[in-house]
Each structure stands twice: as structure tokens, then as C-alpha cells.
Design a protein around this ligand. Structure first.
Ligand SMILES: Nc1ncnc2c1ncn2[C@@H]1O[C@H](COP(=O)(O)OP(=O)(O)OP(=O)(O)O)[C@@H](O)[C@H]1O
Ligand SMILES: [Mg+2]
Length: 243
């Protein structure tokens, strides 16, 4: 049996005294894009923080290629829900930031980041400021910055939600191709069922309402048939009571 790129085993998540989610077990296989869908407030970002090692779960373990990384930051690359570019740095300056923060020499960091601008569809934007780019381009730059955190597992929290509908579809399809090309394994959090069905080979559904005392659980794991994404959309909608 192959070891998943990322695996969560029986996580229990607590925010302050609030029990947010429990018994969360999921995995992302090597080279796979998996989506996690759930209503606003059900605990997606709280789970994201635990998977990224930014918070330690109250219970359970997070494994990276089989290695226990529970509560250890820096082992998976991630993009936070509102991960904006720094307005006072150029696009290149923003992109190379993760390398600089790891103590990599400025010239080397600049060269490594610059080499990836074409792959990320950002050629010619190196010396521009974030305010000079369209929303879609800014998001590509934020994804490039995430990629330069240098891990093969990437977690994205609502990466496309701030974009208009057309750009959102274009960008997520571009992302799927790029992730394949770069050999990434990704967990993408979204509340958009269309997005999950379009992007993921599998979808996990998180449901509950912690603020109302109903702790969230993963209520389903739905496979997506690339030939019939409509079926997956209907199944997920029905499970969330939207049918
Ligand atoms: N930093 C925080 N500030 C306030 N409440 C929080 C915070 N972190 C977690 N919570 C609580 O935990 C629960 C889950 O929040 P979380 O942000 O994980 O939800 P979410 O599914 O990511 O929602 P959204 O789709 O709106 O981003 C919420 O009910 C909230 O009350
Ligand atoms: Mg969130």
C-alpha cells in the first residue's frame, strides 16, 4: 500500500473552549488534488491550521509521507484564506519572500523566483506592484509565493473565492494543470461545490455548526468521475441538504 502524501488521523479541533470538529480523518494521495467543502463557520479554516502545523490539534495526528508532523509548521506549503500580497513589495519581491525568510541568499532567491514567472503565467510582471495587477494575476503571484515555500504538499484555503466567476474558473483550471506539471499534491478548501467538483478527484464534506453546539464531522467522501462531474455535484448537494 502506498503512503499518502498527507494524512490526518482522528483530529479533534478546538478553538478557545469551543469544540469545532472531531474525528477528522482524511488523506491526499501523491499527485492528487482533493477538495474539502463545507458551510461557512463549520471549521474548514480551523482544520487547515491544524494540517499546516499552525495550531496543534487537541487530539489526533497529521502525517506527511508517513512522518508525524503534528503541530510542526513549515512542512507543507499553504496559502491562507486572505493571503494578500504585500503592497510595498514588487511581485518578484513578494514571490521570493518565503526563500528570504528561510535565510536563502537574496540573489539566489531572486533567481529562483524569477525562473518560475513563466510557469505561473506572470512573465513581465516581476517589477510591477501588486496594485498594478488584475485580481487573477495577483492570485497567481500568491500561488507562486506559496509554491516557493518548497514543499510538495500544498494547502489552499478558499484560493479563488475573491475572484469574479470567469476568472475563477480559468484560474482553477490553470491551477489543476500547473499542479500536475509540478507534481504537487493539494488539499483545496472551498465552499463552492462547482469549484470542488471541477478541481478535485475526491471531495470531503465537513458539516456541523459549532457555534450552535453541533460539532463538525466529515460526513462524506465523494469520488468525482471526470466524465460525469454533474453526478458528483448532485451527490454533494444532496448530502448538504441543498437538493
Ligand atoms: N480566529 C477565530 N475567531 C473567531 N472564531 C473562530 C476563530 N477560529 C475559529 N473560530 C470558531 O470556530 C468555528 C469554525 O471557524 P472557521 O473559521 O474554521 O470556519 P470556516 O469553515 O473556515 O468558515 P468560512 O467558510 O466562513 O471561512 C466558527 O464557528 C468560529 O466561531
Ligand atoms: Mg474559513
Amino acid at each position: 500500500m502506498t503512503v499518502p502524501a498527507l494524512e490526518a488521523c482522528h483530529l479533534k479541533l478546538v478553538w478557545e473552549d469551543l469544540a469545532v470538529a472531531e474525528d477528522i480523518s482524511l488523506h491526499v494521495d501523491e499527485g492528487e488534488i482533493v477538495c474539502l467543502v463545507g458551510r461557512s463557520g463549520c471549521g474548514k479554516t480551523t482544520l487547515f491550521h491544524a494540517l499546516a502545523g499552525l495550531e496543534k490539534p487537541a487530539e489526533g495526528t497529521v502525517l506527511l509521507h508517513g512522518e508525524n508532523i503534528t503541530g510542526v509548521p513549515g512542512r507543507v506549503s499553504y496559502m491562507l484564506q486572505k493571503d494578500l500580497l504585500l503592497p510595498s513589495r514588487t511581485i518578484l519581491g513578494n514571490a521570493m519572500l518565503p526563500l528570504i525568510l528561510r535565510g536563502i541568499d537574496r540573489d539566489e532567491a531572486r533567481a529562483r523566483a524569477r525562473d518560475l514567472f513563466a510557469t505561473f503565467g506572470l512573465s513581465g510582471t516581476e517589477d510591477l506592484w501588486p496594485s498594478q495587477l488584475s485580481g487573477g494575476m495577483r492570485q497567481r503571484a500568491a500561488l507562486l509565493r506559496t509554491y516557493l515555500m518548497d514543499n510538495d504538499v500544498v494547502l489552499l484555503d478558499e484560493p479563488f473565492s475573491a475572484l469574479d466567476a470567469i476568472t475563477r474558473v480559468e484560474l482553477r483550471r490553470w491551477f489543476a494543470g500547473m499542479a500536475r506539471e509540478l507534481g504537487l499534491s493539494a488539499l483545496v478548501i472551498t465552499h463552492d461545490i462547482d469549484e470542488a467538483v471541477d478541481l478535485g478527484s475526491r471531495i470531503y464534506l465537513l458539516d456541523g455548526n459549532p457555534m450552535q453546539g453541533s460539532v463538525s464531522h466529515l460526513i462524506a467522501e465523494a469520488p468525482v468521475d471526470a466524465q460525469d462531474r454533474g453526478a458528483a455535484k448532485a451527490a454533494v448537494g444532496a448530502l448538504l441538504g441543498l437538493a
